[in-house]
Design a protein around this ligand. Structure first.
Ligand SMILES: [Zn+2]
Length: 353
């Protein structure tokens, strides 16, 4: 039943998008042929793990926060549709005609100058200080270093990628630089997922210009949640990523999640990546051609192969839920999605220049 509602919503959105947004989001006539029929924004809250996986909690709250924001902000669904359409238009322009799922062409720097080359993202770290969960400069520096490893294909564990996926490993060529650290003492022991940490009026720290800085908020979230991100298209003042204090940088307190990869995963969302299993059953996609179909998150440190939906899961992808040391790749298709945001008309184009 809900599927029917989704279908009607998608049709309605297509009409709205064509009427209102075509000039802004469609860079060329090719966009007319972009298939948006599988696009979704709302997800069921209980689909991140199969019933058989029982009490395992969501490690990442991004999709649940998105569900909340969609309800609070009626324009968000339209904006995300437009961003997705722009992304698909951009990616389709990269592929040789007649090769769906391809994407192996050499980008033309004269038409897409930002597609190639390093993207630099200045990072502001906003820390809500809590004596029980200290965040040191060493944590901050190690986090920046880990991001630069992961987004430049320098994670030493990547050598363990199975042969089946080895050709898909991407170098995103994104460099993160520490642009500033804001600290504020707080007596709050948990901040939850309501975005309070992003407002000084609620005891948090206001974002530093999210059009040119990636804001990270580091605080105790609670509930076993490692972090959450806001997808492109959301309200500017809450744009960024929230990371639990113990899971920020190399941090012994974080245990198997203390190796800095919560930030990698969440920044993946901030750069418009969905969870690799598509937050739904086998047919619900993550909008990436070169990731296998799956129907649920993987946990722990899975052995290869892990079969779901009749294919081997890419459990070592940063957008799964495995332990930090067991995730070590983005795919070429994921890289295309991320970099589309920085192309002309993209949602994060303002970071270029
Ligand atoms: Zn996530």
């Amino acid at each position: 039943m809900k599927k029917l509602i989704f279908t009607f919503a998608a049709v309605a959105l297509t009409v709205v998008a064509c009427q209102n947004n075509s000039d802004e989001v469609i860079p060329n006539q090719e966009a007319v042929n972009i298939d948006m029929s599988d696009f979704y924004v709302y997800t069921y809250d209980d689909l991140s793990s199969k019933a058989s996986e029982g009490a395992k909690n969501d490690k990442c709250y991004s999709m649940k926060v998105l569900n909340r924001q969609l309800k609070e902000n009626p324009g968000l669904e339209n904006r995300m549709f437009a961003i997705e359409k722009h992304t698909r238009t951009f990616i389709s322009a990269k592929k040789p005609s007649g090769t769906p799922g391809g994407g192996g062409t050499t980008p033309d720097p004269t038409t897409d100058p930002v597609y190639t080359g390093t993207i630099t993202i200045p990072v502001i770290v906003n820390i809500l200080e809590d004596a029980a969960h200290p965040v040191t400069q060493a944590h901050i520096d190690s986090q920046i270093a880990i991001l630069n490893e992961d987004f430049n294909n320098n994670n030493s564990n990547t050598s363990s990628v199975p042969a089946e996926f080895a050709d898909l490993v991407a170098n995103a060529d994104i460099t993160f630089t520490l642009a500033g650290v804001n600290r504020k003492t707080s007596t709050k022991t948990t901040w939850g997922t309501s975005d309070a940490m992003k407002y000084s009026s609620e005891g948090g720290i206001d974002a530093t210009d999210p059009t040119t800085y990636l804001n990270l908020w580091v605080c105790e979230i609670g509930g076993g949640i490692l972090g959450y991100a806001q997808f492109p298209g959301g309200t500017l003042v809450t744009d960024g990523v929230v990371i639990g204090s113990d899971y920020f940088g190399k941090n012994a307190a974080g245990g198997v999640y203390g190796h800095g990869r919560t930030a990698t995963h969440e920044i993946g969302h901030w750069l418009n990546l969905r969870h690799i299993w598509g937050d739904g059953r086998c047919r619900q996609d993550d909008f990436v051609d070169d990731t296998p179909t799956s129907d649920s998150a993987n946990y722990g440190c899975p052995t290869y192969p892990t079969v779901k939906c009749k294919t081997n899961d890419m459990t070592m992808n940063y957008m799964d839920y495995v332990y930090d040391d067991c995730m070590y790749m983005f795919t070429i298709g994921q890289n295309d999605r991320m970099r589309a945001l920085f192309a002309s008309g993209g949602a994060r184009e303002s970071f270029i220049n």
